[in-house]
Design a protein around this ligand. Structure first.
Ligand SMILES: Cc1ncc(COP(=O)(O)O)c(C=O)c1O
Length: 422
């Protein structure tokens, strides 16, 4: 049996309708920005393997961290015990955060990192005898696929079967450039009517909604209004963190800082499953009590897995190397140049870029995840040696930062050839 046949027999894939889907790609190795299939073909990883990979695949510094940590210790329980790499990672993450964020809670993916942040906010109020448990979120947001994360995300096709079980959330309109003031007024009106617990946002770029970008000005104003009413602010930096937007975190573009931050994806250079929720001391202190019931009674088997923590520390070493920042800057400048060329096409719209993310829409009567453009460009580019998975009619290019000019141009040429034959 081939790999695909065995896969079909035994595996259930994410976001996949197995009744209609074709054969999966048989990827058997990866190095740098390249993925290699079982037929010996190579593909440039133009979306960084679900937006996680930062320095390319198989980075030797990351590999060394994995093997060294494995020699020392593979895994331990993280309740009632600690280990050096968890403490090192927590202290290094805190050093990168605004001053108010001082405590790090470990989990193992982006959804849980957000879910935990929301639980912290709800229990922060609960522990003080206050009933505030409702969140404000922005239309189109995606925070993951666990129930809490879905409850503050975009409702619709992806989560319809579960909708009756979601908790209530207030959604504000997406802040396009020309309606920011309107949305801020909308926020004011909501805040007058109810006592919310928190605000949860993907700062500056909504990933799954189609790399939709909005301004730091809007986010600052939104936070100011929310803070006046005592809301706790959660930044979901799962996608935007670790250089993706051109700075270490999207919050580095803002004056107003969050009370909690969710991290994952680029946290381990896209190599190990790890999530972090970083909380302010003020939130943390609301859990201190003689009463065990006031503690955050939450955890996962692989909480603070030592190998994942060692990899995250090695990732931070690479961010201390100026080459990483030069790569990010170079990639951003190539995107800026490519962006100009894209505006020549009358059927291309909303060309946008923030740091290492370039995105544009192919004009359709309605923007849709189910647009056939997605499949057409996917297969077209595969033949050109590029793996790029659009979000419906939104085409976006967010490769590992280490991509070379030649590799970049291969993707760019593939996209242009696709546009020319549309
Ligand atoms: C902004 C954001 N938050 C949360 C998640 C969920 O992360 P995970 O898939 O690791 O659960 C994602 C995943 O794409 C994301 O983009």
């Amino acid at each position: 049996m081939s790999l695909s046949e065995k896969d079909r027999k035994y595996v259930w894939h994410p976001f996949t309708q197995h009744f209609t889907i074709g054969e999966p790609l048989e990827i058997i190795s990866a190095k740098g920005v390249y993925l290699y299939d079982s037929q010996g073909r190579s593909y440039i990883d133009a979306n960084s393997s679900w937006w996680v990979n930062t320095h390319g695949h198989g980075h030797p510094h990351i590999g060394k961290a994995i093997s060294q940590q494995f020699q020392e210790m593979d895994h331990i329980v993280f309740a009632g015990a600690t280990h050096p790499k968890a403490v090192e990672l927590a202290s290094r993450i805190v050093a990168l955060m605004p001053n108010n964020l001082e405590k790090v809670f470990f989990s193992d993916n982006g959804s849980t990192a957000v879910e935990i942040a929301m639980k912290m906010v709800i229990q922060y109020f609960y522990n003080q005898g206050k009933k505030r448990n409702k969140f404000i979120a922005i239309n189109g947001s995606y925070h993951g696929d666990t129930f809490g994360a879905m409850s503050v995300g975009q409702r619709g096709y992806f989560n319809k079967p579960f909708e009756s079980l979601f908790f209530d959330t207030t959604y504000i309109d997406f802040p396009e450039k020309d309606n920011e003031e309107y949305v801020l007024n909308q926020v004011k009106a909501f805040l007058e009517k109810e006592n919310y617990a928190g605000l949860v946002v993907e700062p500056l770029v909504q990933g799954a909604a189609g790399m939709r970008m909005y301004s730091a000005y809007f986010l600052d104003e939104l936070i100011k209004l929310s803070r006046q009413k005592g809301l706790k602010i959660i930044f979901d930096e799962v996608m935007t963190g670790f250089g993706r937007t051109g700075k270490m975190f999207a919050m580095d573009y803002c004056h107003e800082k969050p009370d909690l931050v969710a991290l994952s994806k680029g946290l381990t250079a896209g190599v190990m499953a790890l999530g972090l929720t970083v909380a302010s001391n003020e939130i943390y202190e609301a859990f201190l009590s003689d009463d065990i019931g006031k503690a955050l009674l939450h955890g996962h088997s692989f909480t603070a897995n030592p190998i994942a923590c060692a990899v995250a520390c090695a990732n931070l070493d690479l961010f201390e190397d100026k080459e990483t920042w030069e790569n990010i800057k170079r990639l951003s400048s190539w995107h800026q140049m490519f962006q100009k060329e894209l505006t020549d096409y009358h059927f291309v719209e909303k060309v946008r870029q923030r740091g290492t993310i370039l995105a544009f829409n192919i004009k359709q009567t309605e923007d849709s995840y189910f647009s056939d453009i997605k499949t057409r460009i996917y297969h077209f580019l595969l033949k050109k040696g590029v793996l790029l998975r659009p979000l419906g009619n939104v085409i976006f290019f967010n490769p590992p930062y280490s991509i070379s000019k030649e590799e970049y141009n291969q993707v760019k040429t593939g996209i242009i050839e696709f546009l020319n034959q549309l």
